[in-house]
Design a protein around this ligand. Structure first.
Ligand code: Z5A
Length: 205
């Protein structure tokens, strides 16, 4: 039997890492065999590409370069980690996947959704998450939460509020068009409220 593929999405500071731990513990307690991974990254090669993508640099990265690097990392991730795990009946939880490309490189950078769709068809061969949690909150609240962590900003985190607003809008638009797969979670609520909502959804799949 094939395993399930769950992805976690949202703007920065939405609480993905926080809730990833909850989801992992919840499913492990049910005896599911899990692979927990992330994008960009998830493989040795993918983590090297992640470093190229996230490290701030004086050299401006062309938007198409950014898009192709995301898909290069993803092609390796799917071939080496995601597909073999699902074929072996394991559950895969990925912190971000292709919805992030539609939101960040599409909504944020302005690349057409059609162009991204072409790359998705080429590299994914029909692979789609069974369930996606979209952690949603106002951009300013997400930024406040990230600031309170007191870490340096990566290349994306250096962008302005307007960039993240476009990303949030694009994510919500995708959720509106695919409501059975993409579940919107109101991340401005308390961690325990969110956990209750997540467990109810996880129990239903
Ligand atoms: N990217 C892209 O452009 N295209 C793509 O295709 C892909 C990715 C796959 C790396 O992502 C970057 O890659 C990302 C998009 C781009 N850039 N950005 N921005 P990442 O996922 O590694 O990085 P991130 O989005 O910046 O994650 P993050 O900042 O770590 O956010 P988070 O994981 O969602 O938040 P958190 O660490 O769980 O929570 C933030 C703080 O809030 C923390 O102190 C928590 O304790 C607190 N928190 C969490 N939930 C709550 C609630 N409910 N109440 C109060 N406080 C809370």
């Amino acid at each position: 039997m094939n395993g399930k593929f769950i992805t976690i999405e949202g703007i920065e500071g939405a609480g993905k890492s926080t809730q990833l731990t909850f989801i992992k513990n919840y499913l492990t307690a049910q005896g599911k065999e899990l692979v927990v991974t992330r994008e960009p990254g998830g493989t040795v090669l993918g983590e090297q590409i992640r470093s190229l993508l996230l490290t701030p640099s004086d050299i401006a990265m062309a938007v198409d370069t950014e898009l192709l690097l995301m898909f290069a990392a993803r092609a390796q991730h799917v071939a080496q980690v995601i597909k073999p795990a699902l074929d072996a009946g394991k559950w895969v939880i990925s912190d971000r996947f292709t919805d992030a490309t539609f939101a960040y490189q599409g909504g944020g950078r302005g690349i057409s959704q059609q162009r991204i769709e072409q790359l998705a068809q080429w590299t994914l061969n029909g692979l789609e998450p069974d369930l996606t949690f979209l952690f949603d909150l106002p951009v300013e609240l997400g930024q406040q939460r990230v600031l309170s962590r007191n870490q340096g900003k990566d290349r994306f985190e250096q962008e302005e509020v307007d960039f993240f607003q476009k990303i949030r809008d694009c994510y919500l638009q995708r959720a509106k068009h695919q409501p059975s797969r993409i579940k919107v979670i109101d991340s401005s609520r308390s961690i325990s409220d969110i956990e209750q909502q997540l467990s109810a959804i996880l129990d239903s799949i």
